[in-house]
Design a protein around this ligand. Structure first.
Ligand code: 5AD
Ligand code: SF4
Length: 438
């Protein structure tokens, strides 16, 4: 049996897409190889949000090329956002690529790999117009009890730093009936937690006569689904009805990932985020007033063109004031073709490095304080498997999305109560309650 290996770069949407790529390849009769060097079909599902994933792809491609020389007949397929962004040049840049596809053309992969007996269609690449939801394809899910659910594709925002709208195109929502049918099917298969995915997930629905708040209510109504998560929302589309739906729907978790990007209204304006520092803080206050015990996480960029020391200090202030439970922090990375890449006053690497270090220090201290506040509490944990660091412990996540390492005897997919005894900036630790009491 021929074997495939998929490497995933980038965001949860790519993780979702990779499960579909695997499902499709398995339907074609391929099995999964434990590593890239044992695969007959190598798939790289790429990202191009910053320069770093581009570089990581180049390194992986180097290995794949070497493997092809050693084992002629190995097929290299490259998908995802880097492939889409470089569609005109990909085969020239990387002559070892056999087949390329974008986030919207995954369904063609089978035909291009020669499943119809035609042989590999070298150099194939679908046109930008024929986008389709990967959600329609079979899935090979990593976990029996958790699933990604794609609700929309593309993004209509114009954030000046971001390459995604150019790569993933205009926003298109899936029909609510289709999403709900998928969630119902997942529930019958044993899924307890779904994560709704969209590049701008809470602007869902306008093009299909629905709304994100309605969708949350509908998913909440599916029996068996005990946890609903969603990512990534845009603060500008976090309207009252979405906050109310979060508060009213029992299965919607007490967690919002709310990308701040900058705490300076001046920088936010240049980023075209369409909210100010004050409006962001107001939204946080409204969320916290409606959803007790809400966890807030965020994305922050430092070193955006023209960002001054004062702008940066405002970001530090907002990070302190909000008290994020966690944050992904990024150094601004110019992406060719975006508005910000052409802006004057690019910030030097030295200043960017200094700022990211200071930001990370604040983010970690605040997150450690927030987690320390959970010590002594009892948390509902969805068990995911053995702990990554200490195999005799179990690992799972709270509704607030914090990882917990704990002693216990539960199976993956079970919901258990864990008494929290200690905390770091990113994890909690404790003991499963029944055991603690015994
Ligand atoms: N440089 C650095 N970070 C970026 N992000 C998006 N584009 C860039 C860029 N050009 C960050 C944003 C976004 C997250 C997914 O990646 O913070 O929310
Ligand atoms: Fe990377 Fe953005 Fe594409 Fe996700 S949507 S894979 S983060 S470029």
């Amino acid at each position: 049996m021929k074997r495939y290996h998929v490497t995933t770069f980038g965001c949860q949407m790519n993780a979702h897409d990779s499960e579909r790529i695997k499902g499709l390849l398995e339907e074609l009769g391929l099995g999964e190889a434990p590593s890239q060097d044992q695969a007959d079909v190598i798939v790289l599902n790429t990202c191009t949000i910053r320069e770093k994933p581009d570089t990581r792809f180049a390194a992986h491609m180097g290995n794949a090329a070497k493997q092809k020389r050693e084992r002629p007949g190995t097929v290299v397929a490259v998908g995802g956002c880097y492939a889409e962004a470089q569609r005109e040049r990909l085969f020239a840049l990387y002559p070892d690529v056999d087949v390329a596809f974008g986030p919207g053309t995954i369904s063609h992969l089978g035909a291009w790999l020669g499943a119809g007996g035609e042989g590999v269609a070298r150099g194939a690449f679908g046109t930008g117009e024929e986008r389709a939801f990967a959600a329609g394809l079979p899935a090979h899910r990593e976990r029996r009890f958790q699933a990604w659910v794609q609700v929309s594709m593309g993004c209509n925002s114009v954030c000046s730093y971001c390459i995604v709208p150019a790569v993933r195109g205009r926003e298109t929502s899936r029909r609510p009936g289709e999403v709900i049918a998928e969630v119902e099917r997942l529930a019958t298969e044993g899924v307890r937690e779904v994560t709704l995915l969209g590049q701008n997930v809470n602007s869902y629905g306008r093009d299909v006569g629905s709304s994100f708040a309605e969708l949350l209510h509908a998913v909440d109504g599916v029996a068996g689904i005990e946890r609903i998560r969603f990512t990534s929302p845009h603060p500008k589309d976090f309207r009252r009805d979405v906050i109310a739906a979060m508060a009213e729907c029992a299965a919607v978790c007490e967690h919002a990932h709310l990308p701040l990007q900058s705490g300076s209204s001046r920088v936010l304006k240049a980023m075209r985020r369409t909210y100010s520092r004050e409006r962001y803080l107001r939204l946080v206050a409204e969320l916290r007033a409606s959803i007790p015990d809400l966890a807030l996480t965020t994305d922050i960029i430092v070193g955006f063109p023209g960002e001054t020391e004062n702008d940066f200090r405002e970001t530090l202030e907002v990070a302190e004031e909000v008290g994020f439970d966690g944050a992904f922090t990024f150094v601004y990375s110019p992406r060719a073709g975006t508005e910000a890449a052409a802006m004057p006053n690019q910030v030097s690497d030295e200043v960017k490095r200094d700022r990211i270090e200071r930001l990370v220090a604040v983010v970690q201290r605040v997150a450690a304080e927030r987690n320390a506040g959970r010590v002594g509490s009892v948390e509902e944990v969805l068990v995911e498997g053995p702990s990554r660091t200490e195999p005799e412990l179990l690992r799972g996540r709270t509704r607030r999305n914090t990882t917990v390492n704990f002693s216990g005897d539960a199976a993956p997919g079970e919901l258990v109560s864990v008494s929290i005894a200690s905390a770091t900036s990113t994890t909690l630790a404790g003991a499963q309650l029944a055991l603690a009491a015994a």
